[in-house]
Design a protein around this ligand. Structure first.
Ligand SMILES: Cc1cc2nc3c(=O)[nH]c(=O)nc-3n(C[C@H](O)[C@H](O)[C@H](O)COP(=O)(O)OP(=O)(O)OC[C@H]3O[C@@H](n4cnc5c(N)ncnc54)[C@H](O)[C@@H]3O)c2cc1C
Length: 490
């Protein structure tokens, strides 16, 4: 401890290193850590430059102390919890939007920048960025590294990363993409050599700490619109999404089931109690007058084009039995839902007020996040409803959105654990047990791939030679396995 203390204080000023119990306790959990799963670090360091990050990693490597990088700590899967103790590297002071390059359409950001800050700055210049349905206080850099879900522009592969600056314990500070050639060139992901940006994506801080990223930004056009279609079941909604995305009619579309839409009402009213309708035992049927789910799409382009695209979308929806919900009508009947969707899809700013009431009302447990082809998604939906009816307590619900030009769909099934979390521990343990085998079951039976890693080392083992090669790369960049070992990835 004393050696670590002295070493960290030799590279950072005392106000940016902490060993105090009170500070450390604040780093022991993330947004959905149940009792018993928290873990205190030995120290917290708040660097302000890549060089300071490098010094910390070199110290940790020398002393063989684990490090856990943290951008804004808003993930909900315990990914930044220092399970094996050691040093938490809190990156929130590295919070500059270094450049908004309108010419090449990218923004260069540090890890501490939030979605709110970036989308506000971009809005002023007539641009926007990929927005996941995550909280506005999350870091775009960290979120994009984890593969965002729920974002704009699902029409294209939702991969917003271009070049990165990464600090590793052994290879030092490296730059990927076009920035590898010159530290002023941030515009491109690919050039004539193999892509290393991808190596650090979905590595959850186990291979290096990303200190800068250039990310794609998109022009706001003359007309931006929200198009809402109600559906009474998933199959027609899925076909609708597939057709409008593959037909290049909308920029993005997401399907949320009724329970989730009622959560949006809760956000507006800032309620901390779950509304009774969400708790009804038959979770498959919505309350009277509420559609089973709403497909919400974003249109963005020249006015005449958007007008025509909307018309075609409505025609397709009607062919499939969907009901067009005019914005004014939706505003009147589902104000919270409209408010949420409009601010997310049209204004481009993530809704903040009331977000916390969702959290207060329970523990957000993303039961199942997978990606699969369209027909498999229908099978997965059936499987999850059956499982939920047998094992889960209300409320639970899902959302679906297209990826890769609707060749692949993202499916998120969410369970909320209500009441006093400590009292609910047996239920949480039961859920964790189910999730433990869920991903392998879905992969085996339905060809669904885990969307985000959930600390299931068995899943990594399924990747064969790919996993073996990754282990060898890990050996090269981090032979002492100090980089976020609590992830149990390697
Ligand atoms: C209520 C709620 C709903 C959410 N819904 C969604 C959703 O719909 N879609 C979605 O995409 N996300 C969603 N999220 C998840 C969340 O917003 C993302 O996990 C988040 O963007 C990443 O969190 P963060 O920025 O706070 O990073 P952190 O929690 O700090 O870190 C996340 C992971 O990345 C690693 N990491 C962080 N910074 C770096 C870095 N610079 N270099 C290397 N590794 C790093 C950490 O070690 C950790 O493993 C939701 C979260 C909440 C609380």
């Amino acid at each position: 401890m004393e050696t670590l203390f002295k070493a960290l204080c030799s590279v950072l000023p005392p106000e940016r290193v902490s060993f105090s119990d009170v500070d450390l306790a604040a780093y022991s959990a993330d947004s959905a850590t149940p009792p018993g799963a928290s873990a205190c670090p030995l120290a917290v360091a708040l660097p302000q430059s890549p060089e300071e990050v490098l010094h910390i990693l070199q110290i940790a490597d020398r002393l063989r102390v684990p490090v856990t990088p943290l951008a804004r700590g808003s993930n909900i899967a315990g990914l930044a919890v220092p399970i094996q103790g050691g040093v938490v590297i809190d990156l929130r002071l590295m919070n500059r939007i270094i450049e908004i390059n309108e010419d090449s359409a990218y923004a260069l950001v540090e890890p501490g920048v939030t979605f709110h800050e970036l989308s506000r700055a971009l809005s002023e210049k007539g641009f926007f960025c990929h927005l996941p349905t995550a909280s506005g206080g999350s870091s775009p850099l960290a979120n994009y590294l984890m593969r965002p879900s729920g974002n704009y522009s699902a029409r294209w592969d939702p991969d917003p990363l271009l070049s990165l600056e990464v600090v590793t314990p052994r290879a030092g500070i490296i730059r990927t993409g076009s920035a590898a050639f010159d530290s002023r060139l941030w515009r491109a992901r690919y050039h004539c050599f193999p892509d290393l940006t991808g190596l650090f994506a979905c590595s959850y801080g186990t291979l290096g700490i990303v200190t800068k990223a250039s990310v794609k930004i998109f022009k706001r056009c003359e007309e931006e619109r929200l198009l809402l279609i109600g559906f009474e079941s998933l199959p027609p909604a899925l076909e609708y999404m597939e057709r409008i995305i593959r037909g290049n009619l909308v920029e993005s579309v997401t399907f949320w089931t009724w329970g989730w839409n009622l959560f949006h009402e809760m956000m507006l009213s800032k309620q901390s109690q779950m509304p009774q309708e969400i708790l009804k035992p038959d979770q498959k049927s919505p309350p009277e007058g509420v559609p089973f789910g709403i497909a919400s799409a974003r249109l963005n382009g020249y006015k005449e084009v958007v007008e025509a695209q909307q018309e075609v979308c409505i025609k397709i929806a009607r062919e499939l039995g969907g009901e067009y919900l005019e914005n004014d009508l939706a505003k009147e009947h589902f104000p919270g839902c409209y408010n949420y969707l409009h601010s997310y899809f049209v204004k481009g700013i993530l809704p903040k007020p009331g977000e916390e009431s969702q959290i207060r009302a329970g523990l957000h447990l993303p039961g199942c996040l997978v990606s699969a082809g369209p027909s498999q998604i229908l099978e997965i939906e059936k499987y999850m409803w059956e499982l939920a009816k047998r094992e889960f307590e209300p409320p639970y619900f899902y959302r679906v959105l297209p990826y890769s030009h609707a060749r692949e769909f993202f499916f998120a099934f969410v369970v909320y654990v209500r009441g006093d979390i400590a009292d609910q521990l047996p239920y949480i343990r039961k859920l964790r047990g189910i999730y433990g085998s869920l991903y392998s079951e879905l992969l085996k039976k339905l060809g669904a791939v885990m969307f985000r890693y959930r600390k299931d080392p068995g899943f990594f083992a399924l990747t064969g030679n790919y996993g073996q090669l990754l282990r060898r790369i890990k050996q090269l960049v981090d032979p002492n396995n100090i980089m976020n070992p609590g992830m149990l990835l390697f």
